[in-house]
Design a protein around this ligand. Structure first.
Ligand code: CUA
Length: 310
């Protein structure tokens, strides 16, 4: 508490402590009064019930004190909440956050894309939140930031991360079977280190020069494909990658069953038009197209990688 990891921590934690203190005060006060009254006004000691008329002073007191307490809770809640809903500062670094069943994608101004959120320390970050399918919620507990991501509605959030480190990032809205696999981290780097990281767009290229196979696996991980497709042959929501390439698969196309070979065209089609051919035994409509997100080069890397899993 009061760790000050983001610009919201103080406001949220103050409201929390104020409300919690009031609750604890009343819990103890009321319980004590209850016990005292049970003992003191026991029927055995007072067999005859007393009758009271109204007491204006008392009524005014028990109206004003709770009013003041409730207004105090409102005040601290409001001052903690308003910065979250205010416009991000003009010098904010814009990052596009895309949620889908069941992965995260973060896109930086220079086009770099990751499945882990990287941010510079001490700089305002403006998040543009979009969901491609159902309602997800962007949640970083350590930063006290949480925002629903509603399909068809672009939403904004912003924050400043104060200390370098790695923090959990969750989806906080039940969004289907693999909701629990929508977890990632936010990596806060010192400003210079972040600039260097951002400018270094070579990693993908360098990796593909060294090994297109390795690059393919990185691509699958980057887009969160492994949430639904396993590398080891085990059955998840979608077919496994293992032993897929070059094999005959039975698919349902427009309601009719047919046998095809899982070749390069099939892999490409499955990424860009995933609902055209549905592998028999799997459900239609669970995967959305990656068109406009994944590049041609990346698809080729994926194909090269899948060949090795044969
Ligand atoms: Cu996305 Cu839960």
């Amino acid at each position: 508490m009061f760790s000050n990891t983001s610009n919201y921590v103080q406001g949220v934690d103050t409201a929390f402590i104020v409300i919690l203190s009031i609750i604890i005060f009343f819990l103890i006060g009321l319980t004590t009064a209850l016990v005292i009254f049970i003992i003191k006004y026991n029927e055995k000691k007072h067999p005859k019930a007393a009758h009271f008329h109204s007491n204006n002073t008392l009524e005014i007191i028990w109206t004003i004190i709770p009013l003041a307490l409730v207004m105090a809770m409102f005040y601290f809640g409001w001052t903690g909440y308003t910065p979250m809903e205010s416009k991000p500062p003009d010098n904010s670094l814009p990052i596009k956050v895309t949620a889908r069943m069941w992965s995260w994608s973060f896109e930086y101004p220079n086009g770099r894309r990751t499945d882990t959120l990287y941010v510079p320390q001490g700089e305002p970050i403006a998040l543009h939140l979009t969901s491609l399918d159902v309602i997800h919620a962007f949640y970083i507990p350590a930063f006290r930031i949480k925002k629903d991501m509603v399909p068809g509605k672009d939403r904004e959030a912003w924050f400043i991360a104060n200390s370098p480190g790695s923090y959990d990032l969750f989806c906080a809205e039940y969004c289907g079977l693999e909701h629990s696999s929508m977890l990632s981290t936010v990596e806060v780097l010192p400003k210079e280190k972040f600039e260097k990281w951002l400018a270094d767009t070579s990693t993908g290229v360098a990796a593909s020069v060294q090994s297109p196979v390795l690059a393919g696996k990185t691509v699958l991980q980057k887009y969160g494909c492994n949430a639904c497709h396993s590398f080891d042959g085990s059955r998840l929501l979608g077919p496994s990658y293992k032993g897929l390439f070059g094999e005959r698969v039975t698919v349902i196309t427009n309601g009719a069953e047919r046998d095809i070979v899982a070749d390069e065209a099939y892999i490409r089609r499955s990424i860009l038009n995933p609902n055209t051919d549905i592998v028999k035994g799997f459900q239609k409509g669970l995967m959305l197209s990656y068109e406009g997100q994944i590049t041609d080069e990346e698809i080729n890397q994926v194909i090269e990688y899948l060949k090795t899993l044969h």
